[in-house]
Structures are given as structure tokens and as C-alpha cells.
Design a binder for this molecule. Structure first.
Ligand SMILES: *[C@@H]1O[C@H](CO)[C@@H](O)[C@H](O)[C@H]1NC(C)=O
Ligand SMILES: *[C@@H]1O[C@H](CO)[C@@H](O)[C@H](O)[C@H]1NC(C)=O
Ligand SMILES: *[C@@H]1O[C@H](CO)[C@@H](O)[C@H](O)[C@H]1NC(C)=O
Length: 400
């Protein structure tokens, strides 16, 4: 069989798998596995944080949502992580505390409805740690403008007014009635999970206790509104301030992977890995070895201590790295996908899938962060992704 024919057959099979997955069942979890209708759920997926932002723009911007979802679906990707926030600024969803732009909310409605049409489930993140699209800094600024005694963005985690603003956002999003499907977000099985915050950090409390207390409170609040959906924190995986497994220089992040993921209301653990940033200057081999060890360590804790599934929610390789070549990006991705596959198999689906950072549609160069990949322009990555999608779906049958 030529490669081309093999590719066509694979893409055909993957398309059929996606249609099969596009049902009305919620993703659940049982011990250390994700389930759909009682069967183990394993997947290959991606990040495209920008979907709502593009859908809120011009007609031409809006087409990028369907472009990326259909390219992803054709390659067997069934989970997408994206932002359900834009706090203040251009194309804001939340214009000011509790005030929402209906046009932008309709853009999010559209993203969810199109994800469903493409057989893709969503992980929706509710706020950013960083200042992009508002984030913690914007919430603290709003509280300051309202007269609260806040002065650092770490007050996000403790100030009562800021916490009230954030709880309002959770409630507003979860109880939104989709203007296209008429389904309330909290009842929509297209949504796989909510994420409390993208990459929480808190430099003023490296022990992780501040973030931990906030997660416990907000997890309770989220579950009080929505018991149907899974919930995760959004953590990168740093192990508090005294752990040999953190990369060098990453003991002051302010999160504690094991302690915080033990919270009962948190349904699964997450990790991110950017050895190109965290270990910059080290060799490719060293970075790959770190990434494998990082994944293995977190999976071992997820299975033995947390007794919850693990998702590798972000990884990628930047074109901005010194010495970057497409070949070393491809080998890095192949290594990651081999690691995910092998650990998913040896853990019986506890490591359930990975989400590459990140997929773009064509014509988005101005949004580039160096990690973006346009599948129509990256045939080697299409091969790697579709092969991995196929391998993960076969594995799901095997652990079934
Ligand atoms: C969260 O809910 C649990 C019950 O599941 C309760 O024990 C705990 O005190 C609550 N924590 C907060 C911070 O509300
Ligand atoms: C396809 O995926 C399997 C399982 O991850 C891996 O062993 C194999 O090397 C991959 N092949 C290609 C061509 O990427
Ligand atoms: C693997 O998962 C399947 C499906 O949940 C289960 O029936 C089986 O007992 C598991 N195997 C092991 C070794 O845990």
C-alpha cells in the first residue's frame, strides 16, 4: 500500500469514528478511567484557544472555526480545549463585572454548536492566570476600581469581591442557554469538562496553599451548579516548593499537583510540558528524557495517589527556539505521542490522551506564538496526528 492510500483509508476510518463519538452521552470517569456510556474513553485532541475570539470577528474570521474543527475531525481529533473567557479588552465576553457582550456569547454558542457538529468535545477554561484576554490582573483591576483593598494580582485568590466576580462568571457561563442549540451549557454533553483557570500560579505563596484553598472553594461552587460535567483545575503539574521532580528553577510557582488534585470535587489531573522553555539550552535528548519522566511521574501519582485519570493538556515546540527545525519538532512530537500511547496502554487508559498546543486555521499569522500549526500546511504532522488518533482509538477497544 502506498502511503497516500494508507492515509486515505485512515482518514476515512477516523471520520467514521468521529461520527460514532458524536452522541449525546456525557464523558464521565470511573476510578482512573474516563468513560462514555460505561466504556473507556481514550482520545487524541488539540488546543485552539482562539475559537470564540475568531467567531466574534468578521465573517471571514468566523470561517476559521469550521476550518480548524473539520481539519481536526478529519484526523481523528475528538477533544478540543479552548477559552470560555475574554475579560475586558477587544472582543470581550465580559465587558465589566457581570456585564456580558451578547454578540460574543453567541460566538461561544456557535463554537459549541460547531464542535458538536464535528464530533468534537470541548474542555472550556473559565479564566486565565496570565493577562492575555484579561485574566487575574483584569479581575483585580475591576475590584480596585470598585474600591476594594487589592494591590497584587495574587489577591485574585483571596479577595472576597474578586472571588464574587469570578463566581458570577462561572454561573453566567454554566447557566447560559445556547442561542443555536437551545441547550443550557451545564446540560450539554458536547462539553467534556470545565477548567477553573489556565495555568494557575501564585508567586506570593510558593507552598501552593493559597491556590489550593481557592480551588477547593471554586470547585465546590462549580459542582453546586453543575454535577454532570467533569471538572479540572488547569494546572501545569508543578509539585509545590520542595520537590526533586520540578524542573530546576520551578519551585516557586505556587501550586501543588498532588495535594490540589486530591480535592474530591476535581475529577481529573492535568499536566503541561514545555521542556524547550523550562530547560532551554539543554540538548534535545535531555529535554525529551525530562518530558518522558515528567509524564511518567504524574501518571504514577494519578493512578496510585489521586486515583483519577490524567490528561496531557498542553505540549508543543516553538519555532522561536534556538536551533529549531521542522525535523526536530516532528521527532519531539513523535516522542510525546509514543510516550502517551505507551503509558496509556500500560496504565489501562489512566493517561487518556494529549492535547497539542496548538492548531490554527490558515490566515492567522498575526496570532502566532511560535507553537501554532496549520494542518493544511504541515503534512508530516498530519501523519503523526492521524496515526496517533488511530492508535488511541484501537487502544480504547483493547482496554474495553
Ligand atoms: C466543599 O465541599 C465539601 C463537601 O464535599 C466540604 O467538606 C468542604 O468544607 C467544602 N469546602 C469549601 C471551601 O467550601
Ligand atoms: C504510529 O503510532 C504508533 C503508536 O503510537 C507508533 O508506535 C508508530 O511509530 C507510529 N508510526 C508513525 C509512522 O508515526
Ligand atoms: C482495564 O479496564 C477495563 C475496562 O474498564 C477493565 O475491565 C479491566 O479490569 C482493566 N484492567 C486492569 C488490569 O486494570
Amino acid at each position: 500500500m502506498t502511503n497516500k492510500k494508507f492515509g486515505t483509508v485512515i482518514v476515512f476510518i477516523l471520520g467514521a469514528l468521529n461520527l460514532l463519538a458524536a452522541d449525546d452521552s456525557f464523558v464521565g470517569s470511573r476510578s482512573t478511567q474516563f468513560t462514555i456510556d460505561g466504556h473507556p474513553f481514550l482520545f487524541n485532541g488539540f488546543n485552539s484557544y482562539w475559537l470564540m475570539n475568531m467567531a466574534a470577528g468578521s465573517e471571514q474570521d468566523g470561517t476559521k472555526v469550521v476550518d480548524v474543527l473539520s481539519e481536526a475531525a478529519a484526523n481523528g481529533l475528538t477533544v478540543c480545549r479552548t477559552w470560555a473567557f475574554a475579560d475586558g479588552g477587544d472582543r470581550a465576553l465580559q465587558l465589566s463585572p457581570g456585564v456580558y457582550d451578547e454578540h460574543v456569547f453567541q460566538a461561544l454558542d456557535y463554537v459549541i454548536s460547531e464542535a458538536k457538529n464535528h464530533g468534537i468535545r470541548l474542555i472550556l477554561s473559565l479564566v486565565n492566570n496570565f493577562k492575555d484576554f484579561g485574566g487575574r490582573a483584569q479581575y483585580v483591576k475591576w475590584a480596585q476600581q470598585a474600591g476594594a483593598a487589592v494591590n497584587s494580582k495574587d489577591d485574585f485568590y483571596t479577595n472576597e469581591l474578586v472571588k464574587q466576580y469570578y463566581r458570577n462568571h462561572i454561573k453566567r457561563v454554566l447557566t447560559r442557554i445556547n442561542s443555536i442549540t437551545q441547550m443550557t451549557y451545564k446540560d450539554d454533553p458536547t462539553i467534556m469538562a470545565w477548567e477553573l483557570i489556565n495555568e494557575p500560579r501564585c508567586a506570593s505563596d510558593p507552598s501552593g496553599r493559597t491556590v489550593h484553598a481557592w480551588v477547593q472553594e471554586m470547585a465546590n461552587y462549580t459542582k453546586s451548579i453543575d454535577e454532570k460535567h467533569l471538572l479540572e483545575v488547569g494546572m501545569e503539574g508543578f509539585y509545590g516548593n520542595s520537590n526533586q521532580y520540578n524542573p530546576p528553577g520551578f519551585n516557586q510557582i505556587g501550586t501543588d499537583y498532588i495535594r490540589t488534585n486530591l480535592i474530591k470535587e476535581i475529577d481529573f489531573a492535568t499536566i503541561h510540558a514545555y521542556p524547550d522553555l523550562w530547560l532551554s539550552g539543554k540538548s534535545e535528548e535531555f529535554q525529551k528524557a525530562f518530558m518522558q519522566q515528567w509524564t511518567w511521574n504524574h501518571l504514577r501519582a494519578a493512578k496510585k495517589i489521586l486515583q483519577k485519570p490524567l490528561v496531557f493538556t498542553e505540549f508543543g515546540k516553538s519555532r522561536k527556539d534556538p536551533g529549531f527545525t521542522e525535523t526536530n519538532r516532528d521527532t519531539f512530537l513523535e516522542t510525546i505521542y509514543d510516550t502517551i500511547y505507551n503509558l496509556a496502554r500500560s496504565s489501562n487508559g489512566s493517561l487518556a490522551g494529549g492535547l497539542i498546543w496548538q492548531l490554527f486555521a490558515e490566515g492567522m499569522d498575526s496570532y502566532s506564538d511560535g507553537y501554532d500549526i496549520v494542518l493544511t500546511q504541515a503534512p508530516s504532522i498530519v501523519n503523526i496526528l492521524s496515526n496517533h488518533s488511530y492508535a488511541m482509538s484501537e487502544l480504547a477497544n483493547a482496554v474495553n
